[in-house]
Design a protein around this ligand. Structure first.
Ligand code: PLP
Length: 398
C-alpha cells in the first residue's frame, strides 16, 4: 500500500476520534522514528510517554518474542511466572504492598476508584461516598475515569457522570479542604498533571493533602500513569516529595508499549478487595507482564533514572534559554523528562511545525508543547531537538 492508500483506508474504516497528522509511521530505532516515505523523526513524544527505552531495543524485543513463543495468555484463574515477577518489581519500586494489573491507564483508575469505594463501604457500611478530584486533570476516557477528569469538554456529551465527585483547584490546599466532609472517601490527582498542561504538584500541596487525608481518614490516590516509571527522575514522582499515597496508578511506560496498567495499594487498603469484586480477562497476562519484567531489568541495567536526572536537567536548561529568546514562549515547567513549554498561542501550530522539521512532539492543554521523550535520550539528542524547535519558533515568530 502507498502512504496515501494507508491513510485513505484508515480514514474510511476507523471511527474518527482523532485528527491525525498525515504521516504513516513505519518503524523505529533508538530515539528515531521513520515514516513510510523514509523520513526520519527525532521522537520527543515516545508514543505519549510510553516507549521509555527507545525503539528496537534488542533485549526488550527478544524477551517479548520469547514469551510469545512460550505463552501469551492464560486468564487470571492460574498463576504465571511473568505476572508474579512483575508484581514484585512494580510494588517494590512504588513502595506499595499489592498490585492489580489492568490493560490500560483508564482501567487502572477504574480499579483505584472501586478499591477506594469498597474500603469506605467496609468502614461505614454506606455507599454514598464522595471523591475529590482536581480541575484541569486527566485520568482517562472510560466512564469512571472520565467522572474524575476535571475537563467539562471531555465529559459534556457523556453524562450523567457517576455521582459524588467534587472538583478542587490543583495546588490550592484550601480549595480541597473546603470540599471535605464526612462522606469524602478519597482525593485523587496526578503528582504531575500531564494532559492538563504539565503542572507539577507543589510540595506543600502534596504534603498538605497527605496530612489532611491522615487526619480525616481519607485515601490519597496518586495517578502516576504519565509521571511515574522514572519519567521525573525517581521511579514514582511522589518519592521526591517524601509522601506516600494509599493507592497509586501506573501504565504508559510500565511495559513500554505492551498494553499494561496497574493500581497498587498498601496492605491495609488492598485487602478491601476480595474474590469477585474485580477482575480482567487479559489484565496482567504473561506477554504484557514479561515485557514489564524486562522493562524493570533494563531500567536498572541502562541506569535510566540517572539518565533522566542528568538529561532532564539539561533539557530544562535548554528550554529556559528558549523562554528567554522568544516572545511567544511564556514559561517552562516540569520535572525530569516531563517538560512543558507554554506558548502565548495555541500549541498545535508549533507542534505541526516541529513535526514538519522532523521532531515529533505533543501538545498539552491548549497552549503547551509537551516534551516526553524516551528516557534514554542523550544531551546530543536534546541539542538536536532544540535546533528543530527553534526553527519552528522562528517561523511562528515571523
Ligand atoms: C494517559 C493517562 C491516563 C489514561 O491512560 P490510558 O492508557 O490512555 O487509558 C490516565 N491518567 C493519566 C495521568 C494519563 O496521562
Amino acid at each position: 500500500m502507498t502512504t496515501q492508500d494507508i491513510i485513505n483506508s484508515a480514514e474510511e474504516h476507523l471511527i474518527h476520534t482523532y485528527n491525525r497528522y498525515q504521516i504513516v509511521l513505519d518503524k523505529g530505532d533508538g530515539v528515531y522514528l521513520y515514516d513510510t516515505d523514509g523520513k526520519k523523526y527525532l521522537d520527543f513524544g515516545a508514543g505519549i510517554a510510553v516507549f521509555a527505552l527507545g525503539y528496537n531495543n534488542k533485549e526488550f524485543n527478544d524477551a517479548v518474542k520469547a514469551q510469545v513463543d512460550k505463552l501469551v495468555h492464560t486468564s487470571n484463574y492460574f498463576y504465571n511466572e511473568p505476572a508474579a515477577k512483575a508484581a514484585k518489581a512494580v510494588t517494590e519500586a512504588a513502595g506499595m504492598d499489592r498490585v492489580f494489573f489492568t490493560n490500560s491507564g483508564t482501567e487502572a483508575i477504574e480499579g483505584a476508584i472501586k478499591l477506594a469505594k469498597k474500603y469506605a463501604y467496609l468502614k461505614s457500611g454506606s455507599t454514598d461516598h464522595e471523591i475529590i478530584a482536581m480541575k484541569n486533570s486527566f485520568h482517562g476516557r472510560s466512564l469512571g475515569a472520565l467522572a474524575v477528569t476535571g475537563n467539562k469538554h471531555y465529559q459534556e456529551a457523556f453524562g450523567p457522570m457517576i455521582p459524588g465527585i467534587r472538583f478542587a483547584d490543583f495546588n490550592d490546599l484550601d480549595s480541597v479542604k473546603a470540599l471535605v466532609n464526612d462522606k469524602t472517601c478519597a482525593i485523587i490527582f496526578e503528582t504531575v498533571q500531564g494532559e492538563g498542561g504539565v503542572y507539577p504538584a507543589k510540595p506543600e500541596f502534596l504534603k498538605g493533602v497527605r496530612e489532611l487525608c491522615d487526619e480525616k481518614g481519607i485515601l490519597l490516590i496518586l495517578d502516576e500513569i504519565q509521571c511515574g516509571m522514572g519519567r521525573t527522575g525517581s521511579m514514582f514522582a511522589y518519592q521526591q516529595y517524601g509522601v506516600k499515597p494509599d493507592i497509586v496508578t501506573a501504565a504508559k511506560a510500565i511495559a513500554c508499549g505492551l498494553p499494561l496498567g496497574a493500581f497498587m495499594a498498601t496492605e491495609e487498603v488492598a485487602k478491601a478487595l476480595v474474590p469477585g469484586d474485580h477482575g480482567s480477562t487479559y489484565g496482567g497476562n504473561p506477554l504484557a507482564t514479561a515485557a514489564c519484567v524486562k522493562v524493570f531489568e533494563l531500567y536498572e541495567k541502562q541506569q535510566v533514572l540517572e539518565n533522566v536526572k542528568k538529561v532532564g536537567a539539561y533539557l530544562a536548561q535548554q528550554l529556559d534559554k528558549v523562554v528567554e529568546d522568544y516572545d511567544i514562549v511564556k514559561e517552562r515547567r516540569g520535572a525530569g523528562l516531563m517538560q512543558g513549554l507554554e506558548l502565548t498561542m495555541p500549541a498545535g501550530g508549533a507542534a505541526k511545525e516541529c513535526i514538519d522539521n522532523g521532531l515529533i512532539i505533543f501538545t498539552a492543554g491548549a497552549n503547551i508543547l509537551r516534551f516526553v521523550p524516551p528516557l534514554v535520550i542523550t544531551e546530543a539528542n536534546v541539542d538536536e531537538a532544540v535546533i528543530k524547535l527553534r526553527a519552528a519558533l522562528d517561523n511562528l515568530s515571523k
